[in-house]
Design a protein around this ligand. Sequence first.
Ligand code: TXA
Ligand code: MG
Length: 337
Amino acid sequence: MDLDLNAIRAAARLLETGKLVAMPTETVYGLAADAGNPDAVAAIFAAKGRPSNHPVIVHVARDADLSRWASAVPDEARRLIDAFWPGPLTLILPRAANVPAAVTGGQDSVGLRCPSHPVAQALLKEFRGGQGGIAAPSANRFGRVSPTTAQHVIDEFGAPGAGPLAAVLDGGQSDVGIESTIVDLTRLDTRGPVMLRPGRISAAQVEQVLGRALAAPDTAAPRVSGSLDAHYAPHTPVALVESAELEDVVARLRAAGRRIALMHWSDAADAPLSAQLPADPDGYAHGLYVSLRALDTQGADLIVVEQPPQDSRWQGVNDRLRRAAFDSAGVLEKLLG
Ligand code: TXA
Ligand code: MG
């Protein structure tokens, strides 16, 4: 892809003056602001409608000095950084004293990630001479489906200048398609490394590098808004249905006069209003949010999603689907009723 360096430089200058910019990353698009500027970070929360006690990830350049953000970078973090940065992995570390509370949601920790998308890399290099941090949650309204194209961002927030965004950098469709894997390294001595959010980089890959098992999140784990039960949800209700039951459920919904949209991966299923996703987890993740957003605009009563396989390679995808379909049983009962 050709980099539009003029647009990237202009975006860096806008960030330096406290403005909001949409930034492509390999996972999803981010709503970016200067992480060192509390007013700019507050503008992110206002634009998203996000509660102010939710922390945001700080994105850094490849050679950034992490001590500006983290008070300690344990050996475990170094090993994961060597293995997976730049890339779709966020590390939660103890925060440095001068990190604005707006970034950490008032917690003792900070989330750091070095994205691999060439536009994000160029922007980070250009912004504050490569030594700044860019705070960026996914560029969607709170609780909604993350954007994986520049058009999705404009659909959420309006065109640059017409809403909260000063610029939208277009980096094409995000390759990974779901948000980064998040690993908490703030409680290594007590609980061990903890997987807070699954993603393209799997638990097994992280465990392989660390040489130890990951713990599951517990109630003392730092807050992650992506871990709320209802998250990543389209406006249309979503129901997750096992492949074996799909035909029957679709037939009953039709008989009840319901207009349904179907998202499937196996060839067996089909419907007039449908999207078929690849039968492999990376390909499925890549197309997931594009398909959910497209089906969401069809005026259907319900989006029926064929449950993907449950093995660990599908963990990131299944996590997002479970949250999008948080009231699956209730929705089906109502619409079949
Ligand atoms: O792939 C991604 O991670 C994308 C792109 C733009 O980088 N960003 C993203 O941001 O998904 P967001 O804010 O939508 O989700 C980041 C998650 C949130 O659930 C937040 O609570 C968590 O990371 N997080 C950030 N800082 C944290 C911290 N200090 N402790 C615990 N969780 C943290
Ligand atoms: Mg998000």
